[in-house]
Design a protein around this ligand. Structure first.
Ligand code: FVH
Length: 296
């Protein structure tokens, strides 16, 4: 018999299977349920118990993790089993917005369940490995009660009592990743427009360049925080000494990026908008660049 806390997992898509696999690997008695029951086969072969319904999964453990397509699916799956939530804990790891998380917390409280919302900063292959971390928010006592179990999925980072803060930070981190990859593909398209360019050769330059640029972020962040301290309702994006440059220099450089993209036959809408904004600022008599206006 395991000394580890029993856990149920509802939703065995790519991510749910990885979550259940990490719990099994850490020695937790694990009960699983999925609409398409065959997705549990491999987990059952590794020792998981297959529940016949979502209700049976909820009843099997004091803690259930749910990881489905979206919050509407969560509700559609959990609502018919709502009676089984009373006195149990639900950790939602389905991706959604802060308001959806707050609404789900209210719904769970109405059902008599403790609720935490989570944002998984991992892909299925890295769940339970040292680089993985998961953001959580909701009542701190619920986090404290299940922290040890949650650590099996990746480092458990508690962000605060508002259930919406974990999804907010999750989506902010995913937004940064999406924009970074959009930048990656844009820059690779430019570099490979040259007859001697290769994506691999270019990436050998790009990775150290971007890595060195991430080192500047804490200084930008300090400027943003100083702005927020001075005016909590004011603009919080970028303005400050760490980023300050002459607007004319930034405009000329951005026009070059736009022209070079066009010359290379690469889509340039982002730089068209950026140049238009900078030209507007210059026309208004602004002389100092204090950050991208696209943010707010
Ligand atoms: N995969 C990833 O890298 C990311 C990492 C960050 C977090 N996301 C979020 O995790 C949620 C699930 O994502 P997933 O990758 O597991 O997605 P799928 O493999 O497509 O599995 C979807 C599960 O949802 C079930 N499902 C869909 N519709 C229904 C429904 N109407 N009724 C009941 N269940 C439904 C589906 O069941 P089935 O199709 O296997 O029967 C899967 O269990 C998601 O929020 C990501 O954003 C993953």
């Amino acid at each position: 018999m395991s000394s580890k806390a029993p856990v149920s997992v509802i939703g065995l898509g790519d991510m749910g299977r990885a979550l259940a696999g990490a719990l099994l690997a850490a020695g937790h008695p694990t009960t699983v349920w999925n609409r398409s029951a065959d997705k549990a086969d491999e987990l059952v072969a590794r020792g998981a118990v297959r529940a016949a319904s979502a209700e049976e999964a909820l009843l099997a453990s004091p803690l259930t993790l749910v990881c489905l397509l979206d919050y509407d699916t969560n509700r559609a799956v959990l609502e018919p089993a709502v009676g089984a939530l009373r006195g149990r804990a639900l950790v939602n790891l389905t991706n959604g917005t802060p308001d959806e998380a707050r609404e789900a917390e209210k719904w769970a409280a109405g059902a008599g369940a403790d609720y935490l919302d989570g944002g998984i900063m991992a892909i299925p292959a890295t769940v339970g490995t040292p680089g993985a971390f998961v953001l959580y928010s909701g009542a701190e006592r619920h986090f404290a009660a299940h922290r040890e179990t949650l650590e099996a999925l990746g480092a458990a980072k508690y962000l605060g009592a508002d259930a919406g803060i974990a999804p907010l930070y999750d989506l902010a981190l995913l937004s940064a990743m999406d924009m970074m990859f959009a930048g990656f593909f844009h820059s690779v398209a430019m570099a490979t427009s040259h007859e001697e360019g290769s994506a691999g050769g270019f990436t050998e330059l790009l990775v150290p360049w971007l890595t060195s640029m991430t080192q500047v972020m804490p200084a930008f962040a300090a400027d943003v925080d100083a702005d927020l301290d001075a005016d909590p309702n004011g603009p919080a994006a970028g303005a400050g000494p760490a980023l300050a440059q002459g607007l004319d220099v930034v405009l000329a450089g951005t026009q070059n990026m736009l022209r070079a993209a066009r010359d290379a036959g690469v889509r340039a809408d982002f730089f068209e908008r950026a140049v238009a904004e900078l030209e507007e600022r210059a026309a208004d008599g602004v002389t100092e660049y204090t950050g991208p206006e696209t943010v707010r």
